[in-house]
Design a protein around this ligand. Structure first.
Ligand code: HEM
Length: 418
């Protein structure tokens, strides 16, 4: 490890191109070569401090030291997050807005998400039985668009499913693309915000009647700390903060199939539909496979930590992928071992697939329980309800693609109920 008195620094004006080239391994590569969980580099031509491992995560989630305002780079705001949403808020404003999301997280809602997930898998299987081949990634995006819209209260005609699934997935597929592919994401965001803002306007005018418990209704009538309704565009950003990441679970559904394929010895224990075994497997998929590479914040004030000088406004990245596989925090991190979760190997600071720390007061993902409900139900369906064949295809994925997805998106044939 590094000298306590000074954290290592990567010299040079800007390493953004290396970040694009190295993808998920950018921080891991430097942590290993510099021998330190905290180091300085330069990204987008600004000083950037990278943190890795549970100690770094504890620091990162200390709200007295870091803020989120202005932390996300423009390409991420223009595609993934949108502008004015919960991700960029701090302090009381953040807690108030986050409360709006966390109110949705009741037990009953998790149950509803599971039932919707099962129902739409079953419906899809009826269509697949007569098809020679399907591409699971594309199909699961459609399943999850239906789950998300029904749960949130967004009306969705059958003829609209493909279009909305494409629009929502552009938002998480495009942020790290270069050139034209990236700008497709900007267009998709503008169209998606227009779609939802129009519905919000109708809800407010009483032209669209939806259940008062649904998020679309709740968010449309949510008041900020001054007692004012949110701008329609901001409500749209927050409703998309429910729809987009729900659909993004299609990536993990691809990795569920890959894990089933690559680790048959771990699948036998799932056959009895035991809830806790399914849960461990899902947790290990979320730990082992990549999704979000890192998350970003800015220092609120000047301070020094482990020899590294943080100045007010410094950009700081927390390595999510690398912390999930950090050798100081996990035994045999490169092995796929669902049973590690039986012994409670995870803490709020070493297991960061959807961020860490606190839900209510911090920026940890508001949809972790929804993700678990979708993935547990999907895993059960894949193992216990569905017969399929994986024809010859490229199952590999690249750690320089963000998000990483198996190259052929999981092709399946001979689909039948079990
Ligand atoms: C594919 C599954 C998902 C992944 C990989 C994921 C990942 C993440 C990550 C990494 C963060 C940022 C944590 C941080 O900066 O500290 C986050 C925040 C967030 N996620 Fe998720 N998420 C997923 C699913 C969901 C779902 C299903 C929902 C809602 C239905 C959701 C809603 C949110 C919201 C609202 C935030 C912002 C929280 C805040 O800033 O306080 N996510 N998610």
């Amino acid at each position: 490890m590094s000298d306590e008195s000074q954290a290592p620094k990567e010299e040079g004006f800007d390493h953004s191109l290396k970040l694009l080239k190295e993808g998920y391994e950018f921080i891991i590569n430097r942590r290993q070569s510099m021998g330190s969980n905290v180091f300085e580099t330069s990204l987008l031509a600004q000083k950037t401090i990278c943190l890795s491992g549970s100690e770094g995560a504890k620091l990162f989630y200390d709200e007295t030291r870091f803020r989120r305002k202005d932390a996300a780079p423009l390409p991420v705001k223009k595609t993934l997050f949108g502008e004015g949403g919960v991700q960029g808020l701090d302090d009381d404003e953040h807690r108030h807005r986050k409360g709006m999301f966390m109110q949705l997280a009741s037990q009953g809602a998790a149950q509803e998400i599971r039932e919707l997930t099962r129902a739409y898998w079953e419906q899809a299987l009826e269509r697949w039985k007569i098809r020679d081949e399907i591409t699971l990634y594309e199909e699961s995006k459609k399943i999850l668009t239906q789950v998300a819209c029904q749960w949130v209260g967004v009306p969705l005609d059958d003829g609209e499913i493909d279009k909305r699934a494409d629009q929502l997935s552009e938002l998480f597929e495009s942020p790290a693309r270069v050139s034209l592919g990236h700008f497709k994401g900007w267009i998709a965001r503008s169209k998606a915000e227009h779609w939802i803002a129009t519905l919000v306007s109708k809800v407010r005018k009483g032209e669209l009647n939806i259940d008062k418990e649904r998020a679309l209704h709740q968010f449309a009538w949510h008041k900020d700390l001054e007692g004012e309704l949110l701008e329609e565009r901001v409500v749209a950003v927050e409703v998309l903060n429910l729809l987009r990441p729900t659909v993004a679970n299609a990536v993990w559904i691809n990795f569920l199939v890959l894990a089933i394929h690559d680790h048959p010895d771990k699948v036998e224990m799932l056959r009895k539909e035991q809830e806790e075994r399914l849960h461990w497997f899902v947790q290990e998929v979320r730990r082992y496979y990549p999704f979000f590479p890192f998350t970003a914040a800015r220092a609120r004030k000047d301070f020094t930590w482990q020899g590294c000088q943080f100045e007010e406004g410094t950009l700081v990245l927390l390595d999510l992928y690398g912390t999930n596989r950090h050798p100081d925090d996990w035994q045999e991190p490169e092995a796929f071992k669902p049973e590690r979760f039986a012994a409670g190997a995870d803490t709020p600071f070493n297991f960061l697939p959807q961020g860490g720390g606190e839900y209510e007061t911090g920026h940890r993902c508001a949809g972790e329980w929804i993700t678990l409900a979708i993935l547990t139900e999907s895993l059960n369906f894949l193992v216990n309800k569905l017969d399929y064949t994986l024809p010859e295809q490229d199952l590999s994925f690249s750690l320089t693609d963000i998000p990483a997805i198996p190259k052929d998106r999981i092709k399946m044939t001979h689909l039948q109920p079990k």
